[in-house]
Write a protein that binds this ligand. Structure first.
Ligand code: SF4
Length: 643
């Protein structure tokens, strides 16, 4: 039976387990990447693991998210990450060098390797045949420390591409078309693997746009074969020696298949406020536009920006439009400067932004009140731009550039004959932006805003605590740990962040915890839904929360609680929730020795003199993690045992 690319790479990297969709396997991780927004916590966790050296072949720390430095906090984060990078021999990419995914493609991605990144768009490297997966920060820290990662084996969805894209129709339009077909949930639990004759017409960076947008499908990752287009790109970067051919067997088996005739696709946009709310440009063109932004890890390759420059040549940006351009990397910016494209942008009246995420993560360039913004980015969720009532449309660089000139949403097809941009024969150097100085004695620099990651204690037999909060249904991780722009610079300061824990529900929550030596949180259905942020478990851990008893949990948050050593319990009889009042004294008598994959506990409500039952479900590894007092303690013990 023939193999697909995904399973070939998984088999090559399998450490333990069986490759059956839905089961958990341990795989070897070759490379990791971090960005600064999640990276500070990753490296605090790595430090807490107390290791001598990292086990990955290559790890890179990029600074691309928070580069505004409107206070000392972000600059201190950068200095901390740089010092840890020096200590462990992690490549460090200075601020201004560019966006992690674009830079990783240019400098480090190698077909057939595994990459784990603390950023959801890590699958971008799948455009080069890398099995590239976005994960939580703790997973990435663990991958560096142990060299492995536990993965739920995905199904493989094969998208076979036939035909060729029409003039002015781009890889971004194809990505939006796929999102329209599959929706933002269509890729959950799957790897999207591309094949077919249509691949020939897609350059490496086109493919990277598609794998980048695959994150919006909710997919584990997306992957392309490694072929002559891959080789050409690597050669132009002076890395031809990194090229290896990689393709699925002729008789490869997939769990699902889908065929797309590229010639049937037209220009597309994702309307507010979801990447799968897709329509054709033809259907809504003419809409007045206030802002146009070209850049992000989705669409800031050399070809993307040169195409925009070609459209803007000898034209001016419309008087009512603000056009911003953020190149994906310093290499690309230098090439634009050298070949005159930068001059074209300036002559047209564009704003040239730093090579970073910038407006994509809400770091500047928020649209005006009720503004309409066209962006070549990958996400248009409400409020992500920094302006709550702005309307963000996702488009290709071609659509963005022509619309910036016209002042309204315009179809690039109206330009007539397409403009063909040659892939560069060789890329500029960006060596001065990368640092690599491995020295185990490098002192770790922790500015006043950086605090050690909180650690739990080994599980004790009994547990008592007050019900310091009784929350309702559908509590989100944002309710637990708000993450508005003002709190972003404090991601590396859990003690400070903790004073905002549950602040939208009870602003005195942290004080109650402080006065009662922590406690227990009681909640309703679907507790911890929303973003996967680890801080929603780390802040309660810092405040001394020992257990959370709810009607039901959101899956990822439950995992994060286990990783923090906080016991997640569910009411056996849901009506028992009603019998608990805030500040009741609760006692769980037998815990440590009774914790099994599917165990039930009697909880004594001392204040009411009644008992009720709550259940724990989890894997054997989950139990070991809880017994050790959280994942960091668990991994430390495991690595000591392994020597
Ligand atoms: Fe994330 Fe946007 Fe940066 Fe890409 S450009 S890594 S989507 S913030």
């Amino acid at each position: 039976m023939g193999k697909n690319i995904t399973y070939k790479i998984l088999e090559d990297h399998l450490i333990s387990g069986t490759l059956i969709p839905g089961s958990e396997v341990e795989i070897k991780i070759d490379q990791t990447l971090t960005q600064d927004s999640t990276g500070t916590m990753v490296y605090l966790q790595l430090e807490a693991m107390d290791i001598k050296e990292i086990k990955t072949e290559l790890s890179v720390a990029y600074i691309d998210h928070n580069t505004l430095q409107i206070g000392f906090e972000n600059a201190d984060d950068h200095a901390f990450i740089k010092s840890v990078a020096g200590k462990y021999g992690i490549h460090f990419s200075k601020p201004g060098n560019g966006i992690c995914h674009q830079l990783h493609l240019e400098g480090f991605s190698i077909p057939g390797k595994t990459l784990l990144g603390s950023d959801s768009h890590t699958p971008t490297s799948g455009g080069m045949g890398v099995l590239a997966i976005g994960a939580g920060g703790l997973d990435v820290a663990t991958a560096m420390a142990s060299g492995s990662y536990f993965l739920t084996v995905p199904k493989v969805l094969n998208i076979k591409l036939t035909g060729a894209l029409n003039p002015w129709v781009s890889a971004k339009d194809l990505s939006l078309y796929i999102l329209k077909q599959l929706s933002v949930k269509g890729g959950v639990g799957k790897v999207v693997e591309y094949s077919g004759e249509g691949l020939k017409g897609l350059s490496l960076t086109d493919r990277a746009t598609i794998t980048n947008m695959g994150a919006e499908l909710g997919a584990t990752t997306s992957i392309f074969p490694s072929d002559e287009n891959t080789r050409y790109y690597l050669k132009s970067l002076g890395r031809e020696m990194d090229w290896v051919a990689l393709s699925a067997d002729r008789d490869a088996v997939y769990d699902e298949t889908m065929e797309i005739d590229l010639s049937k696709i037209t220009t597309m946009t994702a309307k507010p406020h979801s990447p799968d709310n897709v329509d054709t440009i033809e259907n809504i063109k003419g809409m007045k536009v206030d802002q146009v932004l070209i850049g992000s890890c989705t669409n800031s390759s050399y070809k993307d920006l040169m195409k925009a420059a070609a459209i803007l040549k000898n034209s001016a940006v419309h008087p009512d439009v603000d056009l911003g351009i953020s190149p994906g990397s310093s290499k690309i910016l230098k090439m634009l400067a050298d070949n005159g494209a930068l001059s074209t942008f300036l002559s047209a009246g564009a704003r040239i932004l730093e090579c970073s995420c910038g407006p994509c993560i809400g770091m500047g360039q928020s649209p005006k009140n009720n503004g309409i913004s066209l962006r070549t980015f990958n996400r248009n969720f409400c409020g992500r731009s920094g302006t709550e009532n702005a309307e963000v449309y996702l488009v290709s660089p071609e659509t963005a550039a022509i619309s910036a000139i016209k002042g309204c949403l315009e179809d690039p097809i109206s330009l007539g004959a397409d403009i063909y941009i040659d892939e560069p024969l060789s890329y500029a150097s960006s060596d001065s932006y990368f640092l690599y100085n491995k020295n185990i004695d490098t002192p770790v620099i922790m500015g006043p805003n950086i605090k050690p990651v909180p650690l739990n204690h080994m599980l004790t037999e009994g547990m008592t605590g007050k019900a310091v909060l009784k929350a309702g249904d559908n509590i989100t991780t944002d309710d637990i740990m708000p993450s508005h722009a003002k709190l972003l610079p404090y991601r590396s300061n859990i003690p400070y962040l903790s004073t905002f824990c549950f602040s939208t529900i009870d602003e005195n929550f942290w004080k109650k915890c402080d006065e009662n030596n922590g406690g227990i949180v009681v909640g309703g259905e679907n507790y911890g839904q929303g973003s996967s942020r680890e801080h929603a478990a780390l802040a309660p851990l810092h405040l001394g929360i020992k257990a959370i008893i709810v009607k039901s949990f959101a899956r990822i948050h439950k995992k994060n609680l286990i990783n923090s050593g906080i016991i997640p319990l569910e009411f056996v009889n849901l009506k028992d929730y009603n019998a608990i009042d805030e500040m009741d004294d609760l006692e769980i008598k037998s815990l440590k020795y009774s914790l099994t994959n599917d165990s039930e506990f009697t909880i004594y409500n001392k204040s009411k003199d009644i008992t009720f039952n709550a259940a724990f479900t989890g894997s054997s590894r989950d139990i070991d993690i809880l017994l050790a007092g959280g994942y960091l303690n668990y991994i430390k013990t495991k690595m000591t045992t392994m020597g």
